[in-house]
Design a protein around this ligand. Structure first.
Ligand code: PMP
Length: 458
């Protein structure tokens, strides 16, 4: 095996998720070995500034000593346990207390999973269980939005509003997708943002009327749709929809897998957008990416109702082997402290205007960038063929992939999502590193758009 390249070995034995395979065949696989701050290094010694924080999650960078020490210390103390049969680790107990303390809820309860997908699945099962126990077994449908990303398990993929799930025969029945609250793309000509929001509220009302409120189990929403292309909600969106959901007894679940723990400039995205959900889904930043872990954080009402529903059957028949893993919990406790009390969340608050200003300069330089959107440390630049009409580039040109690949060649990792380029750097980025990100992105955009002009596409 040794005479083969790392890339060839990867391709021979590893299956790739969410990867453009022709591009891998052309460009090879980048096999990473280690990181320093916001940089990652590969087997050939090449270095990239990872403006994606891995997958949004490595918010403290790739070598945070405090987090690594917390993990090592817990491995020394008690390296693994479960949370079944009336047993759980002390770290699990402490993390639940901490999560409720930092949540927007006065009180509540926490259930642990290994991922964001499983946390969403778990929440759906909780709602199905709850409604059945309360004598409403027909309350099973789940409302989400187009372009939402809630995960890849059969249920969370059904919640995800992306056409690619058709290849699996998904969504399952009973998963209903509403309009994505992206005013720039989805607003009608001549429609104001307020009118757009009213139209989406009316759509929700009409959907509930059509389906019957007593068939709907819950509504799930990311505060900012992350993997949909960083789409902050139209102004007033949550204020318009939440009263409708409340009136029909439909819980609102905030999927904070990306937005949670500082990414939008507050602890939770729901705080940034001024609403208090009935429950929160957390993962990724929860452990600053150092351990696979997710959590459902229930607010007081859902937590009380679930307790009451579980009481007669004396057991909630759900849980994962590694739910509440002591090492994951110890890392999460440390990560929450690092992000909230050691200046990382503050970096986002302070750095966001600088980030926006730098990206706005880039937007102004390149007329084929149609929109800059984002908040905190999550931003997207959307490429358009025609800036006036917002006509996208033909998908076959893979423009955002070309931009991302050119960035990669220049030593910057950023992510193509639809026609957008997404930037969601770690919270430890220095001003110099932020400038490096701007310079490389600017250079890549110039190169790709010059190429498209030469090809006569624009
Ligand atoms: N919800 C959101 C909002 C996400 O962004 C993601 C992952 N990108 C998930 C759920 C799924 O998390 P995981 O990949 O850990 O299953």
């Amino acid at each position: 095996m040794d005479d083969k390249s790392w890339s060839a070995r990867a391709e021979e034995y590893s299956m790739y998720g969410f990867t453009d395979l022709p591009s891998v065949q052309r460009r090879g696989t980048i096999v990473l070995t280690h990181g320093e701050g916001p940089y990652v290094f590969d087997t050939e010694g090449r270095r990239w500034l990872d403006a994606n924080s891995g997958l949004w999650n490595m918010v403290a960078g790739f070598d945070h000593k405090g987090l690594i020490e917390a993990a090592k210390a817990q491995y020394d103390r008690f390296p693994g346990y479960h949370a079944f049969f009336g047993r759980m680790s002390d770290q699990t107990v402490m993390l639940s207390e901490k999560l409720v303390e930092v949540s927007p809820f006065e009180r509540g309860k926490v259930f642990y999973t290994n991922s964001g997908s499983e946390a969403n699945d778990t929440m759906v099962k909780m709602l199905w269980f709850l409604h059945r126990a309360e004598g409403k077994p027909e309350r099973r449908k789940i409302l989400t939005r187009w372009n939402a990303y809630h995960g890849v398990t059969a249920v969370s993929a059904s919640m995800t509003g992306k056409p690619y799930n058709e290849v699996f025969g998904l969504p399952l029945d009973g998963f209903i997708h509403l309009t994505c609250p992206h005013f720039w793309r989805e607003g009608n000509p001549g429609e104001s943002e307020a009118e757009f929001v009213q139209r989406l509220a009316a759509e929700l009302e009409a959907t509930i009327a059509r389906e019957g409120a007593d068939t709907i189990a819950g509504f799930f929403a990311e505060p900012v749709q992350g993997a949909g292309g960083v789409i902050p909600p139209a102004q007033g969106y949550f204020q318009a929809i939440q009263p409708i959901l409340k009136r029909h007894g439909i819980p609102l679940i905030s999927d904070e897998v990306i937005c949670g723990f500082g990414r939008t400039g507050n602890t939770w995205g729901c705080q940034t957008y001024g609403f208090v959900p009935d429950a929160i889904i957390s993962s990724k930043n929860l452990t600053a990416g150092l351990f696979p872990m997710g959590a459902v954080i229930l607010g007081p009402e859902l937590s009380d109702r679930l307790d009451a529903a579980i009481a007669p059957i004396e057991e909630f028949p759900h849980g994962f082997t590694a739910s509440g893993h002591p090492v994951g919990c110890a890392i999460a406790l440390k990560a929450i402290n690092v992000v909230m009390n050691e200046g990382l969340a503050e970096n986002v608050v302070k750095g966001a205007p600088r980030m926006e200003a730098g990206l706005r300069r880039i937007l102004q330089k390149h007329e084929n960038i149609g929109e800059l959107r984002g908040v905190g440390y999550m931003w997207a630049l959307e490429a358009v063929r025609n800036p006036e009409t917002k006509e996208p580039f033909p998908g076959t040109l893979s423009v955002s992939e070309r931009i991302a690949n050119t960035c990669t060649d220049m030593g910057l990792i950023c992510r193509p999502l639809g026609q957008s380029i997404v930037l969601c750097p770690p919270f430890i980025l220095t001003d110099e590193q932020m400038d490096e990100m701007f310079d490389k992105l600017d250079g890549a955009l110039a190169q790709v758009f010059d190429g498209l002009r030469a090809e006569g596409v624009i």
